[in-house]
Design a protein around this ligand. Structure first.
Ligand SMILES: [Fe+2]
Length: 351
C-alpha cells in the first residue's frame, strides 16, 4: 500500500514537473520572438515596405516575415504551403476577390471598419490604398469640348476610332474596369461596348499601363486608359528622364463625373485561411491603416490613401483631388464579374 502511494506521488510529481517545463518552453519561445511573428506574402515589391514593417515591429514586438513575388506565383505558394501565410498583400480587388476561397473572415475589427469605407472591403480582405483607372489625353490633339462629359461607356463611341490605346484583356485592372461596367450596365451592353473599344484601338494592345501613356506622348494615339499612380511615378523621374518628359506631354481626365464617378480600385490585404498568426495579422492590417503607415505608403506608391485625413503625394495632388469617385459600385463586384468581363472582351477580339 505504501509502495503504491509512493509511486502515485512520484507520478503526480513528474506530471507537475512536466507541465511546468512545458509552460517554461512556451514562454521562452515567446520571449525570443519565434512565435510572436506574422507571415506576409506580398506582391508589392517596394524596398520602402521593409521600413514600414520595421516600424511595426518596433511598436509591437511582432516580427514580420515577408515572402515577395508576383501574384500568381504567391497564390500558388500560399496554397501549396498551407498553414504558413497569414496575409496576402496584392493589388486589385478583382485579384483578392478571385482568391477568396483561400481567405477567411476576421478583418472586422472596429479599427478596420472605421478606417475603410464598406465598399472597399469584405470580412476577408480590405483596401490598404486606392487608385483610379482614368483617361490620359494629348492636349494638342484632344480638345476640352471633345472630352466634355466623357465616360468609360463613351470610349466605345466611333469618334475615337483609331485613337485609343489600352492594355490587353488578360490584365486584371482592365478585367476589374469591365466588371464594374457589367455591374452597372449589364453584360449584353458591355459585350457591344467591348466591340466598340476594339474598333477604336490605335494598335493591338501591348505593354503595361505606362506603355499606354508613352504611346499618347509619342503621338501613336490620342487617348489612353491607365491607373493614376503611373503618371505621378513617371513625373517623379523614378522611371528615367525619358518617361518623365513623356509624362509631361499628357494630361489626366477623370471619366463619369456627371454620373456615378470615376472607377476606383484598391491594393489590399487578405486574411489567409489557416493563418497561424491571425491576431498578429489583424494588428498589422490595423497598422497599415494608421496615419503613419498611410503617409508612408502614398508617398512611395503614388496611390490615394485609404483613410481620411492623409494627403496623397504632391504629384498626385497636382492631378486634381476634387473628382467624384465611384463609391457606389462595391469593389467586391470586380471578382464576381471577372469571368464575364474576360468573356465579353475575348469575344470582341480584345487581345
Ligand atoms: Fe500597377
Amino acid at each position: 500500500m505504501e509502495k503504491t502511494m509512493n509511486k502515485l506521488i512520484k507520478t503526480i510529481g513528474l506530471a507537475i514537473v512536466g507541465l511546468f517545463s512545458t509552460i517554461l518552453v512556451a514562454n521562452s519561445v515567446l520571449a525570443d520572438g519565434h512565435s510572436n511573428e506574422v507571415n506576409i506574402f506580398s506582391a508589392r515589391h517596394y524596398d520602402s515596405d521593409v521600413q514600414l514593417y520595421e516600424k511595426f515591429t518596433a511598436k509591437t514586438g511582432i516580427k514580420v516575415n515577408v515572402v515577395s513575388g508576383k501574384s500568381g506565383a504567391l497564390e500558388k505558394r500560399i496554397i501549396a504551403e498551407a498553414g504558413t501565410a497569414d496575409l496576402y498583400i496584392t493589388a486589385d480587388a478583382g485579384r483578392l476577390g478571385a482568391f477568396e476561397a483561400n481567405l477567411q473572415g476576421g478583418l472586422t475589427s472596429p479599427n478596420i471598419k472605421s478606417a475603410v469605407p464598406s465598399n472597399f472591403r469584405t470580412s476577408k480582405w480590405v483596401g490598404i490604398a486606392k487608385r483610379a483607372r482614368i483617361v490620359y489625353f494629348a492636349p494638342e490633339r484632344v480638345s476640352g469640348a471633345e472630352l466634355a462629359g466623357l465616360t468609360y461607356e463613351s470610349l466605345a463611341d466611333p469618334k475615337w476610332k483609331g485613337r485609343l490605346v489600352i492594355r490587353a484583356s488578360n490584365n486584371i485592372y482592365n478585367q476589374s474596369l469591365v466588371a464594374s461596367l457589367i455591374k452597372n450596365n449589364g453584360k449584353g451592353k458591355v459585350a457591344d461596348w467591348s466591340k466598340g473599344m476594339v474598333n477604336n484601338m490605335a494598335r493591338a494592345p501591348k505593354g503595361n499601363d505606362r506603355a499606354q501613356i508613352l504611346a499618347v506622348a509619342a503621338g501613336e494615339a490620342d487617348i489612353a486608359v491607365a491607373n493614376t499612380y503611373y503618371l505621378a511615378l513617371m513625373l517623379s523621374g523614378k522611371k528615367g528622364a525619358e518617361q518623365q518628359a513623356a509624362a509631361k506631354k499628357v494630361k489626366p481626365f477623370f471619366p463619369n463625373q456627371d454620373g456615378r464617378g470615376t472607377h476606383m480600385n484598391i491594393s489590399g490585404a487578405g486574411l489567409v485561411k489557416g493563418a497561424p498568426n491571425k491576431a498578429n495579422a489583424i494588428k498589422l492590417v490595423e497598422f497599415l491603416l494608421s496615419e503613419e503607415a498611410q503617409n508612408h505608403i502614398v508617398n512611395n506608391t503614388f496611390e490615394y490613401p485609404m483613410i481620411a485625413g492623409v494627403s496623397p503625394h504632391p504629384l498626385v495632388v497636382n492631378m486634381g483631388l476634387d473628382f467624384k469617385q465611384d463609391l457606389k459600385t462595391k469593389v467586391v463586384n470586380y471578382g464576381k464579374r471577372q469571368a464575364d468581363a474576360l468573356e465579353v472582351m475575348t469575344a470582341a477580339g480584345w487581345k
